[in-house]
Design a protein around this ligand. Structure first.
Ligand SMILES: CC(C)(COP(=O)(O)OP(=O)(O)OC[C@H]1O[C@@H](n2cnc3c(N)ncnc32)[C@H](O)[C@@H]1OP(=O)(O)O)[C@@H](O)C(=O)NCCC(=O)NCCS
Length: 165
């Protein structure tokens, strides 16, 4: 049994610990993190998956960004605890989060990741969408939640909001 919840404030460090476990050290130096600096994640789309004992199995977060001025969702990080990888938890979390995003009216989703994995959810390489360097353009992937949502959308990916304070 998997219990799916929106992430609560008190989950933050537990989710961070899961990401630290699942990603290479120094993940916060990645250019995608510069798009998250000083911007709140989208609370309605940040999800945790827990087992029946309440142990965190997986988590996904989303941030708002702009692509050439158009609003888009930045998907990630997503991670599944190593003891549960390959059981379909990641796919479950992806599908649930993307359905919620569509329900909230988001039209386009962007992520930096492995096309062989994300292709199964409909993500395709985005041409002309420029992530802050250094990012391998082969890993810049997009999904249209509304038909044609990516057509004509290109340019630099920038933070959705200015850093305050
Ligand atoms: C990537 C991740 C989120 C997938 O979640 P998961 O629950 O393990 O995946 P699922 O059970 O839904 O799907 C498993 C399938 O995805 C494939 N897969 C997993 N990671 C992959 C990758 N990086 N590239 C290609 N295929 C991948 C598996 O080989 C398996 O294939 P199969 O269905 O043909 O057997 C998870 O493995 C993870 O947290 N990895 C470490 C962190 C990470 O890499 N996050 C993503 C950043 S791009």
């Amino acid at each position: 049994m998997i219990r799916l919840d929106t992430e609560r404030g008190e989950d933050w460090w537990e989710v961070e610990a899961l990401y630290d476990l699942c990603f290479a050290p120094g993940r916060e130096a990645l250019s995608s993190y510069r798009l998250r600096d000083g911007v709140e994640p989208l609370a309605a789309l940040c999800l945790t998956a827990r087992d029946e004992a309440g142990i965190l199995m997986a988590a996904i977060r989303f941030w708002p960004v702009r692509v050439g001025g158009a609003p888009a969702l930045l998907l990630g990080p997503i991670a599944v605890h190593p003891t549960h990888q390959g059981e379909g938890v990641g796919a479950f979390l992806m599908r649930e989060a993307l359905e919620r995003a569509a329900g909230l009216g988001w039209a386009r989703v962007l992520l930096i990741g492995d096309a062989p994995y994300y292709g199964r959810f409909g993500f395709e390489r985005l041409d002309g969408v420029e992530m802050p360097p250094p990012t391998n353009p082969e890993r810049v992937l997009g999904l249209a939640l509304a038909p044609g949502a990516w057509s004509g959308v290109s340019g630099p990916v920038t933070r959705a909001a200015e850093v305050r304070g």
